[in-house]
Design a protein around this ligand. Structure first.
Ligand code: ZN
Ligand code: ZN
Length: 142
């Protein structure tokens, strides 16, 4: 499955009866067009370039709503920060522990990762999150 583009996501929401204000559309567009995984602060800074009056609360509300609607993902990290991901397909991440880059890579199918031990727990499985931590090529040369 290909990640949905901004026009596709917008059309999908429209079909479901969801109307987005221009500010909210811009947040969605930014997340759909970037391959980075920005924090809420970074989303705020980017949106401020076009809508200088926007509040941080609006940014948070929008991110929460878009996540609920399933068009973006939130990646929570233990330090309390979250990053937002416009890639709505199942995929894995490469995380550079030196510069913090988060990069998308195709994920192995769930059937290939789920071990007999996992199945033996009796859980009804939903989604999973796969991240590889290391040092990116750029940081390796620095
Ligand atoms: Zn790096
Ligand atoms: Zn991603």
């Amino acid at each position: 499955m290909q990640r949905s583009s901004f026009p596709e996501a917008l059309a999908d929401l429209k079909e479901r009866g969801v109307r987005l204000t221009p500010q909210r559309q811009m947040i969605l567009r930014y997340l759909k067009e970037t391959h980075e995984h920005p924090t809420a602060d970074e989303v705020y800074n980017r949106v401020c370039e076009e809508f200088s009056g926007i509040s941080m609360a609006t940014v948070y509300n929008t991110l929460h709503r878009l996540k609920e609607l399933g068009v973006i993902h939130e990646l929570k990290y233990g330090d309390g920060s979250s990053r937002y991901d416009g890639n709505d397909t199942e995929h894995a991440h490469l995380v550079c522990e030196s510069c913090g880059e988060v990069r998308d890579v195709p994920s192995p199918a769930q059937e290939l990762i789920v071990s007999p031990e996992v199945l033996a727990t009796g859980y009804r499985l939903g989604s999973f999150r796969l991240e590889f931590y290391g040092v990116c090529p750029t940081c390796q040369t620095n």
